[in-house]
Design a protein around this ligand. Structure first.
Ligand code: NAI
Length: 337
């Protein structure tokens, strides 16, 4: 009796949230823990893991975890591996590519990752044109515009379903501020806008109560730490890559938010780097700000809110860099015509 009640409940939740999720680059430093976290997400019923090699091993390992989803591995070694991983999926996470080594900026990754993202986006446009595409591969400021161009070329671009994952900047902000003011990081929230690299990352401290309580030195050093927090990890890993575990948590959190929006949950708001109207009149096509997520993807893109004079200066510099990063992505995609 108890068993049948439980079984019924499980069945009900499965039927309500039957989402297919594909991870491209699933065997990497981010890909593996991200795939694990998506296996633990009860909104997912069909998890497809793709990589150039070893995806079947990772998939078999994860598949033994007793949650709702079935897990399948696809590799570049099989004909149609990529196409089958993407066929009619609902959400695609892209952590494929190379990470930074000490001394490298995210922009240094462009030459390799732009081509990888271009090819994966082309396959997604053909096999899963209605899926939400969540881009993790750096430089996000440029790789997101590349995906947009690829979808446009294939006549299937839907700006409401394309996201650059900037969640790591937000979770770092929560953690780093809590270390200064000695609070519970799960309760701290800072609005981080702009882009996802160095000076394009703008945490709006003036919108928190700490804007008026921290000293200028504390604020400057916190802003710098949030902007360049990734460098701490790259340096500490000493050639072994960049953030992977914290990034996996951030990616899984954002993917869950998108799926929650699909499922009709209300007030699902997360920051993301998206095709945004906010600064289009200044030639900036993509910008990160809080976004409300709904059944069709982006429901509303929120403005950045009030900012102070210092933040306005940061925003000016951010826009100059973003514009260059976006143009670089678009030019690359055009060159592949
Ligand atoms: P990694 O090298 O550990 O893993 C990358 C994976 O991608 C490997 O398994 C590799 O086989 C796979 N891959 C390469 N080419 C592929 C292709 N054509 N198709 C499918 N899979 C392919 O790198 P890691 O540390 O997982 O980082 C991945 C990317 O994520 C990097 O570009 C990194 O800069 C970026 N990143 C983004 C962050 C963000 O906040 N958005 C934070 C940290 C890293």
């Amino acid at each position: 009796m108890i068993f049948s009640t439980l079984a019924k409940r499980t069945f009900t939740s499965t039927a309500f949230n039957p989402y297919k999720v594909t991870v491209l680059g699933a065997c990497g430093g981010i890909g593996q823990p991200l795939s694990l976290l998506m296996k633990l997400n009860d909104k997912v019923t069909d998890l497809r893991l793709y990589d150039i090699k070893n995806a079947k091993g990772v998939a078999t390992d994860i598949s033994h975890i007793p949650t709702n989803s079935k897990v399948t591995g696809f590799s570049a070694e099989e004909s149609d591996g990529l196409n089958n991983a993407l066929k009619d999926t609902d959400l695609v996470l892209i952590p494929a590519g190379v990470p930074r080594k000490p001394g490298m900026t995210r922009d240094d990754l462009f030459n390799i990752n732009a081509g990888i993202v271009y090819d994966l986006a082309t396959a997604a446009a053909k096999n899963s044109p209605n899926a939400a595409i969540l881009v993790i591969s750096n430089p996000v400021n440029s790789t997101v515009p590349i995906v947009a161009e690829v979808f446009k070329k294939n006549g299937v671009y839907n700006s409401k379903k394309l996201f650059g994952v900037t969640t790591l900047d937000s979770i770092r902000s929560s953690r780093f501020i809590s270390e200064i003011v000695n609070t519970n990081p799960t309760k701290e929230k800072i609005n981080v806008i702009g882009g996802h690299s160095g000076i394009t990352i703008i945490p709006l401290l003036s919108q928190t109560k700490y804007g008026s309580t921290l000293t200028k030195e504390q604020k400057d050093s916190l802003i710098h730490r949030i902007q360049f927090g990734g460098d701490e990890v790259v340096k500490a890993k000493n050639g072994g890559g960049s953030a992977t575990l914290s990034m996996a948590q951030a990616g899984a959190k954002f993917a869950n938010a998108v799926l929650s929006g699909f499922a009709g949950e209300k007030n699902v708001i997360q920051p993301s780097y998206v095709d945004s109207p906010l600064y289009k009149n200044e030639g900036i096509e993509f910008f990160a700000s809080p976004v409300t997520l709904g059944p069709d993807g982006i429901q509303e893109i929120h403005p950045i809110g009030e900012i102070n004079a210092e933040e306005n200066e940061l925003l000016k510099e951010c826009k100059e860099t973003l514009k260059k990063n976006i143009d670089k992505g678009i030019k690359f995609a055009d060159s592949r015509k």
